[in-house]
Design a protein around this ligand. Structure first.
Ligand SMILES: [Zn+2]
Length: 234
């Protein structure tokens, strides 16, 4: 009983911390200890590449694809700027949109694991979570993983990091949010990135209104300031 209660409180606190991190992109600044607390709990998560802090490299990532409607548009836009990215794919989408998936690879980008069925970590034990991750890995074959919804328990993260690098972000476009305007979406990235930043967009219909407006403008900003976009290779 005590353990369950503690677990519940922990989840609530973790959720608040993640919400705080996301709100940073809406110009609400959470206290630094929030970030430190999450880093302490999840020491294996990578939020940005500090080794690249003095470089002019940024790491664009696209979650939830591939999709029939959006993937090609992203690939064409990236090509125009000679930008390379990392696509955190869902196993079920890789099966369904295999042509688009192969095109991501053919154009020189990196594909990574975002679970098979977009699993929200809480509510599953570490074993069944790993099963879903490994099912995606059978299709994708990557050592890079990002947890859907940023929701993963400490036990799951520990298991996942035995075989995968867990990649989070420090710059969230919030393209998926229907309360974020396209212009705010651009600002979320342009005002927050720096050398070594990991930037999140989505390869999904839901996010496409904001993403299609923001991505070319963000790429233009990178170009103007001399930044290059690279895939994550670990
Ligand atoms: Zn996702």
């Amino acid at each position: 009983m005590y353990k369950d209660n503690k677990n519940f409180l922990f989840k609530k606190y973790y959720y608040l911390c993640v919400e705080f991190l996301n709100k940073r992109t809406m110009n609400i600044h959470p206290p630094k200890f929030v970030k430190r607390f999450i880093k302490h709990l999840y020491p294996t998560m990578i939020w940005s590449f500090n080794s690249e802090a003095n470089s002019k490299k940024v790491f664009l990532t696209f979650d939830d694809g591939p999709t029939e409607e959006i993937t090609y548009w992203i690939l064409d836009t990236l090509d125009k700027y000679n930008a390379k990215a990392t696509f955190f794919c869902l196993g079920k989408n890789v099966e369904q949109y295999n042509v688009q998936y192969n095109e991501i690879i053919r154009r020189g980008h990196v594909v990574a694991n975002h679970t098979y069925s977009h699993l929200k970590g809480w509510g599953f034990d570490a074993g069944s979570y790993m099963q879903d991750v490994d099912m995606a890995n059978d299709l994708i074959g990557s050592n890079i993983f990002r947890p859907p919804y940023a929701r993963i328990t400490v036990a799951q993260a520990r298991r996942v990091s035995e075989r995968y690098n867990i990649i989070m972000w420090d710059t969230l476009s919030a393209d998926y949010s229907n309360v974020v305007t396209p212009r705010q979406c651009v600002k979320n990235v342009v005002d927050n990135y720096k050398g070594g930043s990991i930037v999140v967009f989505h390869d999904s219909i839901k996010a496409s209104r904001n993403m299609k407006y923001a991505l070319p403008r963000v790429l233009e900003d990178f170009k103007k300031k001399g930044y290059s976009c690279e895939s994550i290779i670990l």
